[in-house]
Each structure stands twice: as structure tokens, then as C-alpha cells.
Ligand binder design. Sequence first.
Ligand code: NAP
Length: 277
Amino acid sequence: MNETSSRIWLITGATSGIGRELTLQALESGESVAALARDTAALDELTEAHGGRLLLVPTDVRDEQAVREAVERVLARFGRIDVVANNAGYGLFGAVEEASDAQARAVFDTNVFGVLNVLRATLPVLRAQRSGHVLQGSSVYGQSAHPGVGLLAATKYAVEGLSDALAAEVAPLGIKVTLVQPGMTATPFLSNLDVAAGLDDYDQTVRAVHKAIGELPASAFSAAARIAEGIRTAVDSPNPPLRLALGADGATGIRTALEARTADLDDWIRVTDAVNR
Ligand SMILES: NC(=O)c1ccc[n+]([C@@H]2O[C@H](COP(=O)([O-])OP(=O)(O)OC[C@H]3O[C@@H](n4cnc5c(N)ncnc54)[C@H](OP(=O)(O)O)[C@@H]3O)[C@@H](O)[C@H]2O)c1
């Protein structure tokens, strides 16, 4: 058994979409997976085929104690963790003003505080090992946003910000961090969306975009298996990137947003520098 085929993964949101593909590809490569989701029944059929290399751990990432207990179970079974895929998440679609306080807090609870719960439970393990790779579930919406995705993007921008600091904090401890930024991917994500609506004034922006996304052809979405392959290429690399865009549409969105940011900096540099004169 070589170093790669004995790799131990902890994957949140492992039962569907990108997480499921990551789980399947790791198992097919002979690696071991601790699969976390609230309901892991969708992976029951795999346990027979992969026996001791797949551990199903029903866990809600919003529950800090449950996440800690899950990590204890993973250590009891596998003894270490090599890759933490902080992948669980869902989307909220609607105008910023339309999202209720409860909807906004709920999406942060899963997409941001869930990520933090997993980090606090797993980083002590990775620090003790002086090794490990943390995959942070971001998105094209971690660097860019259009009407309708304000709250979803806010959660992904939060994950990007904390990961910039985290990467620098844990690098001297032998731990790598990669922000995974898929573009539009064919998963149940769109059918699991929470939706905020109610204000006609946003029909021309938010509803128009939502309708346009709903009418996209299947060819506009990357296959989740290809996203998982991209993630595995980064995990296999001795020098993985801090940010990994996956899918040409997402990369274009990110590039456009980055260029707009540097253009603002350049266009207003005289006002910026006047502060120090
Ligand atoms: N699909 C896209 O176009 C796209 C694009 C960019 C980024 N992403 C990101 O990729 C990640 C995976 O999305 P996906 O497209 O694969 O979505 P998906 O098919 O809807 O899968 C979401 C997974 O997360 C789990 N989950 C949700 N809430 C959870 C919670 N509180 N605790 C534990 N697990 C939870 C779900 O299982 P349970 O419901 O059983 O808990 C499921 O396994 C997300 O972070 C998403 O933002 C997706």
C-alpha cells in the first residue's frame, strides 16, 4: 500500500453531489472515507462493497458536539485524518433585502459555522500529526456575486476570508489549505435551494437571473465527477493551490470580478494615496 492509497478522508456532505463523487473516487482508489451528512442512508449500499474503508457518521455540521463525537469515531476507526473536505452546504437565493433574518442566519449556520465546527474538531488532529490537507468548500460565489446570490456569496466570502488567514496559520504546522471554487455543477444543489422572494422591485434583476439559471441547458453544468477529479489532482500535488477554480464558467466569473477590483484600485488611486499626504 502506498502513501496515497492509504489516505484517510473526512468528507462532509458526502451523500450527494460533489461530496458523493469525492467519496466514490476515494473508495475506488483504495482510500478510506469517513462520510458525514445528516442522513447517510444514501451511502448504505457502499458499505458492503468497501467494508472497513467506509465509515458512515450521521452528523449535522451545525452541531459542534456532534461534530466532535464524529471526529472521535473517525479516529477510533482509522487512527488519523489526511484530508478534511469541508464540503457540506446549501444555497439561499433571493434579493439581499428579501432574505429573512432566520434564512440569513440559517445559511451561515451551515455554510460558515458548520465549517468552523469541523475545523475546531479536526485541526487538533492535523496539528498533532503535523500533516493534513483541508479543503474548504467555496464557490465561484466566493469571489463574485450577481443578483440573487448575495447571502450565499456572503457565506462563501466568509469562508474565503477565514481560509486566507487559516492557510498562513497552519502552514508552519505542516497543514495545507485549498479553497475549492466550483462553477455551476450538476448536483441536487438547485433543488435543495432555500428561496427568498416577495418584492416586485427585484423581478427585473433577481427573478430574471433565477429564471435564466433555471433555463440553462444541461451542458452549462460541469459534471460533479469532474469537479471531484480536479480536487483529487490538487490533493495529490505536493504544491496544491490556495484557490482552485473548477469549471471554465466559474473561472471567467472570478477573473472578471478580480479585474473589476484592481480597476477600482487603479481608477481611484489618487484618492487612496491622498489619505497619506
Ligand atoms: N452545485 C453547484 O453548482 C455548486 C457550485 C459551487 C459550489 N458548490 C458547493 O459545493 C458544496 C456541495 O454542494 P453540492 O452541489 O454537492 O450540493 P448537494 O448535492 O445539495 O449536497 C449537499 C450535501 O451537504 C449535506 N448537508 C447539507 N446540510 C448539512 C448539514 N447541516 N450537516 C451535514 N451535512 C449537510 C447534504 O446531506 P444531508 O442533507 O443529508 O445533510 C448533502 O450531502 C456546497 O458547499 C456548495 O455550496 C456547489
